[in-house]
Design a protein around this ligand. Structure first.
Ligand code: ADP
Ligand code: MG
Length: 689
């Protein structure tokens, strides 16, 4: 067996099963070995029911007593059956498994792990997991990994396949010098992979995880360092010294006064662009702090000086919005901006015209998604490259951009607040401006954390706001970012909502799988008030600005990271109206929902992104496998940029030592990185650059 062997080479995996793995992005054995459990379950010894007083998970053994029943309630199936073990009896409830009813005949023996809750004398059981005798015995001595599943890929398939593939983990080569593994107490990669999949206890998981997280950080940082290596601050042929003049004309016409922080940021930018060196600046400011104006001011200065500027956004929707704003302002204020939109929905002919217009200088402000600007455009005189919502792009992309052509000035904008130490590491090569205040007339957003059974109240509330002329977003539960299931989710949700609301309420939906034109049309209608409720996946997460929308509802809020929720919330509270954000915590799991509530309460208590990031860090201990991935930072599969801050520091130190005083290891590292460049991302232990 080889790491690069197809999943199919495993015993017991035929074409159909292989398809299930492929659709989850698992193609070869190496992919599979890097597909890690989300959490681990432990089994306790079988207990008599009579002795159970505290709520929690227990292992029980007994028999089905009486007929099982199956009913549908609120579209959910519920199977119930009696269960007794000689010491006591209880009712067991199972959701969404209607097929179970048949097999649960009276007298059937059952061994199960189940959640027990005591109310008075009565014991209630739910979420049973039926076990074979072998599973039980195995479970007593080993933790059971719980893998992230898809519709096609089930737990048994995964566990079997992983077990068969494990021996080949031995082939994964070490790339770290021994000194590093020794000084940091890191186990070998094969051992770490083995322990992630088949740990005896949580300590093993932590140690294994630590090794893999180290790798993620290390390779990430190494890449960044090597990219930077030898780069002096490059001189710029674009000396833009007319910033102040064009800015004064622009700002005098704006309907609002810039905040002091905005003004200071604009000054930073102008100073950089005048310096004779390339600007390489990060503009950090919480959602709604008004970064766009700063970007426009910079672009305007460059265009007025006779050059071109580009503004890249992570989504089509956001690019279109920026374009519309640029056109509007340019006309309204008589600015010298000649914007062009490079959108995925352009027809070949329009695209050609756009490109020609860019080359001839007919357009001076290029706005589009990253891919479009990057791949298609040879701007004739590009002096400034702005990236909005920088955290959506990898660091690598940022680097490759700066290295492009005539070395334009670079301004990147991000709403993701990161603690200082991490910021220094992640954005170590950038100068930073911070917008740390919101425009003055904003009313703070009012927040609520609600549960799934309060939907009626929520809809009534939305209806009221709509009747007052406002608009609402509803973010649908996300199954998997960009996955097909999200489409069904959003579609079903909006069908359901259309039945609940009166017909004059205009409801539309938006998801990532739509064509760009379609997305833009819908967003356009929402922005112009022709749609009242927008049901969407997280495609609206970044940047979208519709000040008339005052309600944001996030379904299944527990599935999102705090910072991501904060970003979503940032879609409202952008105008003078009172805005509201409702986080709906939906979970059948009592323990989870309690924790969820605690987490979400942080959002309820503060609207300050920096505080939220800090709180996030405090709340989530290491080894938190329920931990929701922070969005907005380079994506790490295992490592957590907040909770593993200490490890990140250590990684950085180890790397620095190698770079400064261990040329032999450095060469090896470079070779390893180069080799890995040609492989899939799991070869980096999950680094996704
Ligand atoms: P973000 O920083 O999240 O990108 P935007 O730039 O989209 O925020 O700005 C959010 C909203 O605030 C926009 O409608 C913008 O016109 C408005 N805005 C920006 N600066 C100010 C200000 N100084 N006073 C009042 N409103 C402002
Ligand atoms: Mg923005």
């Amino acid at each position: 067996m080889l790491l690069t062997d197809d999943i199919k080479s495993l015993k017991g995996i035929a074409d159909k099963t292989a398809e299930a793995f492929y659709s989850a992005g698992l193609f070869n054995l190496n992919d599979l070995l890097h597909y890690f459990p989300r959490r681990y379950e432990s089994l306790s010894e079988i207990r008599p029911m009579a002795g159970i007083s505290a709520d929690g998970y227990y292992t029980l053994e007994g028999r089905v007593s009486g007929e099982a029943s199956s009913v549908y309630r609120n579209g959910k199936n519920m199977v119930q059956f009696g269960f007794s073990d000689g010491s006591g009896s209880a009712r067991v409830t199972v959701f969404n498994m209607p097929w179970l009813k048949k097999s649960l005949f009276p007298g059937r023996e059952l061994l199960m792990r189940v959640f027990a809750k005591r109310k008075g004398m009565q014991l209630y059981l739910s979420q049973p997991k039926f076990l074979s005798r072998e599973e039980y015995e195995e479970g007593l001595t080993h933790l059971k990994p719980v893998y992230p599943l898809t519709k096609k890929l089930n737990d048994t398939m995964l566990r079997k396949a992983v077990a068969r593939a494990l021996p080949v983990a031995e082939d994964i080569k070490e790339y770290l010098p021994e000194q590093v593994t020794a000084e940091r107490g890191l186990m070998s990669i094969p051992e770490a992979i083995r322990k992630m999949h088949a740990p005896k206890d949580m300590d093993e998981v932590y140690d294994a995880r630590r090794r893999l997280a180290f790798d993620e950080f290390f390779l990430f940082l190494a890449r960044m360092e090597l990219l930077k290596e030898g780069e002096e601050k490059p001189a710029s042929s674009y000396v833009i010294d007319n910033g102040k003049d064009s800015f004064e004309r622009f700002s005098a016409q704006l309907p609002f006064e810039l905040t002091n922080a905005q003004k200071a940021s604009v000054e930073d930018v102008f100073r950089d662009m005048k310096s004779g060196y390339c600007m390489n600046r990060l503009l950090q400011g919480d959602v709604g702090s008004g970064k766009t104006v700063v970007a426009f001011a910079a672009a305007l200065a460059v265009c007025d000086a006779g050059h071109q500027a580009a503004l890249m956004a992570p989504t089509e929707v956001l690019a279109k919005q920026h374009y519309d704003d640029a056109v509007r302002m340019s006309e309204q204020y008589g600015l010298g901006l000649k914007p062009v939109l490079l959108s995925g929905s352009l027809k070949a002919k329009e695209k050609k015209a756009a490109k020609e217009g860019i080359l001839s200088g007919e357009y001076n402000f290029l706005i589009g998604t990253h891919a479009l600007i990057q791949d298609d455009v040879k701007a004739c005189d590009l002096a400034l490259m702005i990236t909005d919502e920088q955290h959506r792009f990898g660091v690598r992309q940022r680097m490759s951009l700066a290295a492009k052509g005539e070395a334009p000035h670079v301004l990147v904008m991000s709403a993701t607040p990161i603690p200082r130490t991490l910021g220094l590491i992640l954005y170590g090569d950038l100068d930073v401006s911070v917008i740390n205040e919101l425009p003055a007339e904003r009313l703070p957003i009012k927040n609520a954390v609600m549960t799934e059974d309060e939907h009626e109240k929520i809809y009534q509330f939305i209806y009221k706001r709509i009747s007052e002329g406002r608009q609402a977003y509803i973010i649908c539960p996300m199954v998997e970012e960009g996955g097909l299931e999200d489409v069904t989710n959003v579609t079903e949700y909006s069908e359901r909502l259309k039945k609940i609301f009166p017909p004059h309420v205009r409801i539309e939906m938006l998801h990532g799988k739509m064509k760009p034109t379609e997305k833009n049309d819908i967003m356009g209608r929402f922005a112009s008030g022709e749609c009242d409720i927008l049901i969407s996946t997280t495609v609206v997460e970044v940047g979208v600005n519709v000040p008339n929308a005052t309600v944001m509802v996030v379904e299944n809020a527990e599935r999102f990271g705090l910072s991501q929720l904060h970003q979503l919330r940032g879609r409202v509270g952008r105008g003078a109206y009172q805005s509201y954000c409702i986080f709906v915590a939906g979970s059948d799991d009592e323990n989870l929902s309690k924790r969820t509530k605690e987490r979400l309460n942080v959002l309820k208590e503060t609207n300050d992104g920096f505080k939220i990031a800090e709180e996030d860090l405090k709340q989530r201990g290491p080894g938190d496998f329920f931990g929701l991935r922070q969005s907005g930072l380079p994506y790490f599969k295992i490592a957590d940029i907040y909770t593993d801050a200490q490890l990140l520091k250590e990684t950085k130190q180890s790397l620095e030592r190698i770079m400064s005083s261990d040329p032999e290891s450095l060469e090896k590292l470079k070779a390893a990185l180069k080799e890995k460049e040609e492989m899939t991302y799991s070869d980096f232990h999950g680094i996704c650059l």
